[in-house]
Design a binder for this molecule. Sequence first.
Ligand SMILES: O=C[C@H](O)[C@H](O)[C@H](O)COP(=O)(O)O
Length: 232
Amino acid sequence: MTDTNELKKIAGYRAAEFVEDGMVVGIGSGSTIAYVIEALGKRVAEEGLNIVGVPTSDKTRRTAAKLGIPMYNVDDVDHIDLTIDGADEIDPEFAAIKGGGAALLWEKIVAINSSRNVWVVDEGKLAPKLTHYLPVEVIPYGSDQLFKRLEAKGYKPSWRLDQNGNPVRTDSANFLIDLHPTDITDPFTLGRELTSMVGVVEHGLFLNIVDKVVVGRDNGVEIFDAHPQPLI
Ligand SMILES: O=C[C@H](O)[C@H](O)[C@H](O)COP(=O)(O)O
């Protein structure tokens, strides 16, 4: 059994090959994407790859910039050609849960403004059904009341806390509430319900977004197309 980090690395390096000279690239967040950034940094240094990156978190912005990738804010580019991001769990319909690293809001904004989206995961993230906890980014004001409403709906919320027991703040200074619903039978309905709740900024269900999934497996990299006619 190959080490998970090795699976993330082979998949990350393969996904970085989708990036072409001249592209504006959305760059995701998390431990898998760290390998994509590493691979892109090498291509910039060794091949003179000429790209512009759009970060999905402050951490990604700093890491990529250190490796010589020019980074622009999402509002400072007129388009994004391709976004490469990680995921916490992906089901067979290519629905995913994201936000385990607290970056879901910027990730979703960058993803929906991108012409194409590629996700990179190790095979342990592929699941027959979505069962991962579901992160929800919320406005701090009134969030105790929102928490109670989520509890009353049976979604078993918990606060995302840091090692000191304080609420984690996202890059937009919001809080995160992680839901543990017993069963996500219809992610679209659940997503709409969460979005309609006052105080919710965004949720970690990413539906109808991805074009390709690059999976690191024990026996190599496998690539799945989310569309009958692949866009990439
Ligand atoms: O908020 C974080 C993102 O959605 C990440 O892409 C996701 O949590 C996967 O992260 P990792 O590659 O570290 O498992």
